[in-house]
Write a protein that binds this ligand. Structure first.
Ligand SMILES: [Zn+2]
Length: 333
């Protein structure tokens, strides 16, 4: 049995070492004015059978990203222990208060959960939950995938995302995992994020880890959902946890190397994109027009791309504020 050094106030209402399929909760304290001993139950499903690796799949890190949440509900409902070798830990709505609200950040403490790792057992709700996941769940894992999409703000081509890492062997195993998942694009970030994301927390613990962007704009994309459902099954095949080989044609390796690959809105306005997602775009080409309803007779502001490549991400809502990215261009690695 694993005994982490730092105590967590989170109670685990499943047996992480039992065989079979269990659905339960991580019970996280949340003191309110009308309930000092109040708690919030974060859903967890554990499916285990015999010997094999442990894979943790998480969604709802940001509450307004839906492809992962639905793909993991379906996996939890359909994966039978008898077909499995190893253990799958599923958190389909990890940052539960945000997932219930359908918001990126938590309505409880205003925190972005993916900026809370490694967390704090005496911190806010999000920090307590992040600390539990870092100290109690990640140490059990051989591999972990955190399923994100573009949320309300962005619409993104279905992609797995990882970091370019110094450790070559670890890097190669991460790329093999991304190839097996089989999203059309694998986006690698040149910078090692030593920061507060779940992906970085998993890397710090030596757990093979990927993130993803599987749609966005506040919708559930049927295409993104299909990529995600196939992808999580492919990971189980890749790690030898269910029968069969991954159904994947590999994945195009791309990167967003610097901020020149972003187009930022210089002022408030309504964004009219010039290109659809996936378009090939050229440096100096028109990215779109920013319309100002405050000045009816002023011409719209034309924005241009500062780099060539593929339009990988666009703004979701029409309205944007000064400083918002309205386009992100990826290039082949
Ligand atoms: Zn996200």
């Amino acid at each position: 049995m694993h005994h982490p050094a730092e105590a967590s106030p989170v109670r685990t209402e499943v047996d992480l070492w039992a065989q079979g399929k269990q659905a339960g909760a991580l019970r996280v304290p949340f003191s309110r004015d009308d309930s000092g001993w109040g708690t919030i139950a974060v859903p967890i499903v554990v499916i285990a059978n015999g010997e094999g690796p442990t894979l943790m799949l998480t969604a709802g890190n940001h509450g307004d990203e839906y492809e992962g949440q639905v793909a993991l509900l379906r996996l939890a409902q359909t994966l039978e222990p008898a077909a499995l070798a190893g253990r799958v830990i599923i958190l389909p709505a990890m940052h539960f208060p945000a997932a219930v609200a359908g918001t990126r950040k938590s309505p409880l403490d205003g925190r972005d959960f993916n900026r809370c790792f490694p967390g704090n057992p005496r911190g806010s709700f999000a920090e307590v939950l992040a600390h539990y996941i870092d100290t109690h769940l990640l140490p059990l894992c051989d591999a972990q995938m955190d399923l994100h999409s573009g949320g309300t703000g962005m619409d993104i081509l279905p992609s797995t995302c990882g970091h370019i890492l110094d450790d070559q062997g670890y890097m190669e195993r991460s790329l093999a995992m991304a190839d097996a998942f089989g999203a059309p694009i694998t986006l690698l970030l040149a910078e090692v994020n030593a920061g507060p994301t779940l992906l970085a927390a998993a890397e710090r613990r030596g757990v093979l880890a990927l993130s993803s962007e599987l749609g966005g704009a506040g919708r559930l994309s049927p295409h993104g959902l299909a990529v995600t459902e196939r992808g999580v099954r492919n990971l189980l095949r890749h790690f030898g946890m269910i029968d069969g080989a991954p159904e994947s044609e590999g994945s195009r390796k791309m990167t967003v190397p610097d901020l020149d690959h972003y187009v930022f809105a210089p002022h408030y306005g309504i964004w009219e994109a010039a290109d659809p997602l996936g378009a090939t775009v050229a440096k100096g080409g028109r990215a779109g027009l920013l319309h100002r309803i405050e000045a009816p007779l002023s011409p719209a502001t034309a924005l241009t791309y500062a780099a060539s490549g593929m339009l990988w991400c666009t703004r979701g809502p029409g309205r944007c504020r000064a400083g918002d990215p309205v386009a992100v261009v990826a290039r082949d690695l």
